[in-house]
Design a protein around this ligand. Structure first.
Ligand SMILES: [Zn+2]
Length: 300
């Protein structure tokens, strides 16, 4: 799994002393008035969707303006690996704010992906987003893409949002296990530390900014070996500090358990009656035919 360290400081992109892959959100870059930083590390662009949708119930940036900005970042900042869509997460606060349904958010997410890709033209950096609030909802979303002519099993990468913030760890496992069983190559957006420890083998890549909250909550975290340092503007905690972030990253990556030799996963209903747990050495690859619903109708 490749890990992108989430940061609110776009200046880290050009800092040799940070030197690890980063995840930066669009609103941070959009706020820069002068020259953009030139990236010395690979990075990914988050659309800032979680805040936009949960706080405003919409995106302030029109799709066409977002595409224009991403093109500029790709040219001027450089080293951009890929960019997130302006997708619609399905956590209860997001649904409450927008007043729309899970299905509505899923349609909007696909619409946005198609629009961004179309506006960009060949070589689009936009990764198709999957959203949902349960295993079946996520599988339905895969099928909704297929009905629009997009076979996600052939996509080099698919981003998975809401799932990583689900309360129930076993439901996260069911969702990621089912998606992995289709052979989807996934990026986990905003994954918490516990989620990373449990589910990293399902993910091709992930990002997290959990270190910042952690730093704020435990100003003197005895578990993280942070070298002696000071903060430039007299900041009292390490909540926006690269020294802490790098120490956290190192410790978190070292704490990931070895990939299990057997992955137990819940598979979609197509395998038999309702849920079935199969044990395989590798996530099984399902021969998925676009347009054929693969989720279990009964539990939806
Ligand atoms: Zn610090």
């Amino acid at each position: 799994m490749e890990f992108f360290l989430g940061t609110s400081s776009s200046s880290w992109l050009r800092r040799e002393d940070v030197g690890v892959p980063l995840c930066v959100a669009y609103p941070r870059l959009a706020a820069i008035k002068g020259e953009l930083p030139r990236a010395v590390v690979p990075w990914i662009l988050d659309s800032g969707g979680f805040n936009e949708v949960t706080q405003r119930g919409e995106y302030r940036a029109a799709a066409i303006d977002y595409v224009r900005a991403v093109r500029r970042y790709a040219d001027e900042i450089g080293n951009l690996r890929w960019a997130a869509c302006q997708d619609w997460m399905c956590e209860p606060p997001a649904l409450a704010r927008s007043g729309r349904s899970v299905n509505g958010h899923q349609h909007l997410s696909i619409d946005n992906y198609i629009t961004l890709r179309g506006e960009w033209g060949p070589g689009s950096p936009f990764v198709p987003p999957l959203q949902g609030n349960s295993r079946d909802a996520f599988l339905r979303h895969v099928d909704m893409y297929a009905r629009r002519g997009i076979d996600l099993t052939r996509a080099p990468l698919v981003s998975v949002g809401s799932v990583c913030r689900m309360q129930s760890t076993s439901e996260i496992g069911r969702v990621l296990g089912a998606l992995a069983s289709l052979g989807l190559k996934m990026h986990g957006f905003g994954v918490k530390t516990l989620g990373l420890r449990a589910f990293w083998p399902f993910l091709l890549s992930a990002d997290s900014q959990a270190w910042s909250k952690n730093a704020r909550a435990n100003a003197d975290d005895i578990y993280i070996d942070v070298p002696e340092h000071t903060h430039p503007r007299g900041g009292k905690t390490c909540s926006s500090c690269h020294v802490y972030a790098l120490a956290w990253r190192k410790r978190m990556l070292a704490s990931l358990p070895a990939a299990p030799s057997h992955t137990v996963m819940e598979l979609p209903g197509i395998y038999g009656e309702g849920r079935s747990s199969l044990t395989r050495a590798e996530p099984p690859r399902v021969r998925y035919r676009p347009g054929i619903p693969i989720y279990s109708r009964r539990s939806s």
